[in-house]
Design a protein around this ligand. Structure first.
Ligand code: PNS
Length: 161
């Protein structure tokens, strides 16, 4: 079984993430979506909440599992016998950082590769932080996050609305 890992903060999962997950799930037997816990990062949703949001929006994709992890991604990849890490790549601005991480990760675990899927054109501008900013001002986020979780994001970021 060929397993790939889709890691990220997913704070919260967006339509851009979901597009990548759908496409990755077609390429591998199993995808494990991993909420990576970074204690230094200020987040709006707990890791458990983020996992729950991902589970709800990926219900229709049978070969997706959701998990969380704290530590070196490549230790997790090794532990799961995964062959690849799949990430979405938006603009060139993502590239330098992602390229650096891919090279370091290859060094840490030569048995796994990083695979970049180019984002769909409609999600080029999308990020969790932009979504949170729009939601915090009461803006419409329906185009940016899956319908199942729009209310959760609105309630968390702009409870008065
Ligand atoms: O959604 P994000 O915040 O862009 O995801 C970044 C993430 C979580 C994939 C990245 O920070 C990561 O892999 N963290 C785990 C720590 C690690 O393995 N660091 C060494 C790689 S350079």
């Amino acid at each position: 079984m060929r397993v790939a890992i889709c890691p990220g903060s997913f704070d919260p999962v967006t339509k851009g993430h979901l597009d990548i997950l759908h496409r990755a799930a077609k390429l591998f037997d199993k995808i494990i979506v991993v909420v990576v816990i970074n204690p230094e990062k200020k987040v709006s949703f707990t890791a458990e909440e983020r996992m729950d949001l991902i589970r709800r929006v990926t219900q229709g994709i049978p070969n997706i599992e959701v998990d969380m992890f704290s530590g070196l991604l490549m230790d997790y990849v090794r532990d799961k016998n995964a062959v690849a890490v799949v990430k979405g790549l938006r603009a060139v601005t993502d590239f330098e950082y992602e390229f650096q991480m891919a090279l370091i990760n290859k060094k840490l675990n030569p048995n796994a590769d990083t695979l970049f899927l180019t984002t769909s054109a409609e999600n080029l501008y999308l990020s969790s932080s932009i979504v949170k900013q729009i939601a915090s001002f009461g803006g419409n986020i329906a185009d940016f996050v899956p319908a199942e979780i729009v209310e959760d994001v609105k309630e968390r970021l702009c409870p008065a609305q």
